[in-house]
Design a protein around this ligand. Structure first.
Ligand SMILES: Nc1ncnc2c1ncn2[C@@H]1O[C@H](COP(=O)(O)OP(=O)(O)O)[C@@H](O)[C@H]1O
Ligand SMILES: CC(C)(COP(=O)(O)O)[C@@H](O)C(=O)NCCC(=O)O
Length: 458
């Protein structure tokens, strides 16, 4: 069928039969043993760090288990050890964004006994440290509820762990990596996002590591396609009746016939991509009024310090004390052009009045800021979708993290203004796709990327 992506096609082509593949396991353990001899063992963490509460105080839901058995991976191919492209462990994909750094760690669960025995202590300790904690230092977090188990990456089976920390803490992150012995491993670090360029020198200087850089939008698209393929029953969703507190429902969206679709990546800024087919996309638009603008303005206007605090304030505010609605101007609807009196006519329009300003709360200011930024992104997305004649609009990026207000607003705006033609679709792994795409590149390119030269694709 035109535009249809075969479910599991990517997984099948990547997969290698695992069961009873002893020649592969022994070849891998030989390679690892050689690496451990070559690289020596660095300083180690003891993995005993305490789990700290998350900053917003919310309890994380239990890890979601997404199982894929080796038998389910149809299309398995026979393995040729001599061509095994698997890079040395540990396996990370990193997306160093304008606000947050996203780290995806792939933990192999198919290690042979020999492999486990030959594994260097440093790698074991890094794995233990990452798995036994949900918080790292003051500001690093593992999103345990997003964890994906028994997935196939490259030719290995394992668990994907999702970790984030503020990019402004990069120096502390490098220190932590050093203290865990990463510098002695000489492993490959694949990175994407603007920070892959900005911090390249720091990685070299502090850790003696050469970053292998990949384009952030290439990584984003391949990450979306991979995660959707491997979490097809629950990755994509939309909201039914987004405006009704009682009737609103989150519903799984069947994305098996995806093309063409639009991706609106709401990070610090916003990039909009039209995806016409596998590996076939264009960046068609963008705006500098994004998630970073919301957070920056909110901190300025309310004195809040974190994204979670800003969202919490917004959830308890009323934008009508700040924004001028159509009814504030018309006394009711603007009937001729079907504009309901409830629609925002002018964001922050009341704030030229000293009297109104005296009566607004921090909550109202946060709420109006969130709505202003969200509506603007929604308008641009709608215009781009109409221009490109695309009906499915995927909204991703960490701006949507713990942010149902924006998701529901976008859902309503897409549907209402397009008279039901456009669909706003959301993804569970929101801001992690670039890092996943980067990990896929690492596992693809393997040994070739362990040289000291820098590779830039895209
Ligand atoms: N814990 C957080 N700290 C800072 N910003 C956050 C946090 N969680 C969500 N956000 C929002 O996500 C945006 C960053 O999204 P992200 O997709 O990671 O973009 P980038 O790659 O530019 O860092 C921020 O501007 C903010 O609006
Ligand atoms: C420059 C960026 C690609 C960086 O990505 P980010 O870290 O914001 O996710 C993005 O911020 C962007 O597309 N900004 C909008 C630029 C514009 O089209 O006006």
């Amino acid at each position: 069928m035109p535009g249809e992506r075969k479910k599991g096609a990517r997984r099948a082509s990547d997969a290698v039969a695992r069961e009873g593949d002893t020649s592969q396991a022994s070849e891998r353990s030989k390679n690892d043993a050689e690496r451990s001899v070559n690289k020596g063992e660095g300083g180690v963490g003891d993995g005993s760090e305490e789990t700290l509460p998350t900053t917003n105080g919310h309890t994380e839901p239990p890890p979601k288990t997404i199982k894929v058995t080796a038998g389910e991976m149809n299309g398995a191919t026979s393995h040729h050890p001599a061509q095994d492209p698997t890079p040395p462990m540990p396996w990370f994909g990193m997306d160093i964004g304008g606000t947050l750094t996203k780290l995806v760690y792939f933990e192999p669960t198919d290690l042979s006994e020999a492999e486990e025995e030959s594994e260097v202590e440093t790698i074991k300790n890094i794995r233990r440290y990452l798995k036994s904690n949900k918080a790292y230092g003051e500001t690093g977090h593992r999103d345990a509820h997003l964890q994906m188990e028994s997935v196939c990456v490259g030719n290995r089976i394992g668990t994907l762990h999702f970790i984030r920390f503020p990019t402004s803490e990069m120096c502390q992150f490098l220190e932590l990596c050093k203290s865990k012995g990463m510098a002695s491993l000489a492993s490959t670090i694949c990175a994407t996002g603007g920070g892959a360029y900005k911090f390249e020198e720091g990685f070299q200087r502090e850790m003696n590591l050469t970053l292998h850089k990949f384009d952030e939008l290439d990584s984003l698209i391949s990450g979306i396609e991979y995660i959707e393929d491997n979490n097809m029953d629950s990755e994509c969703y939309y909201f039914l009746n987004p405006r009704s507190p009682n009737l609103c429902q989150k519903i799984t969206y069947d994305f098996s016939n995806p093309y063409p679709f639009l991706v609106v990546n709401i990070g610090s800024g916003v990039s909009i991509l039209a995806v016409d087919g596998p590996d076939d996309y264009r960046r068609v638009s963008g705006t500098s009024l994004g998630g970073g603008t919301f957070l920056g303005l909110c901190c300025l206007l309310t004195g809040c310090n974190t994204f979670e605090e800003a969202i919490e304030l917004a959830a308890n505010g009323n934008n009508e004390n700040i924004d001028k609605l159509v009814r504030d101007i018309y006394g009711g609807d603007y009937e001729r052009f079907g504009l309901s009196g409830d629609i925002v006519a002018c964001s922050f329009g009341h704030m030229n009045s000293a009297e109104k300003r005296a009566n607004v709360s921090r909550e109202d200011l946060a709420c109006a800021t969130l709505i202003t930024i969200t509506n603007n992104i929604g308008s641009i997305a709608r215009m781009v979708a109409a221009n490109e004649k695309i009906e499915k609009v995927l909204f991703v990026g960490n701006f949507l993290r713990v942010n149902p207000i924006s998701m529901k607003l976008l859902s309503h705006a897409m549907e209402f203004w397009s008279e039901g033609k456009l669909k706003a679709i959301f993804l569970e792994h929101e801001g992690y796709f670039g890092a996943v795409g980067c990990l896929l590149e690492l596992m693809k390119t393997g040994e070739q990327t362990t040289s000291s030269s820098t590779t830039t694709s895209g």
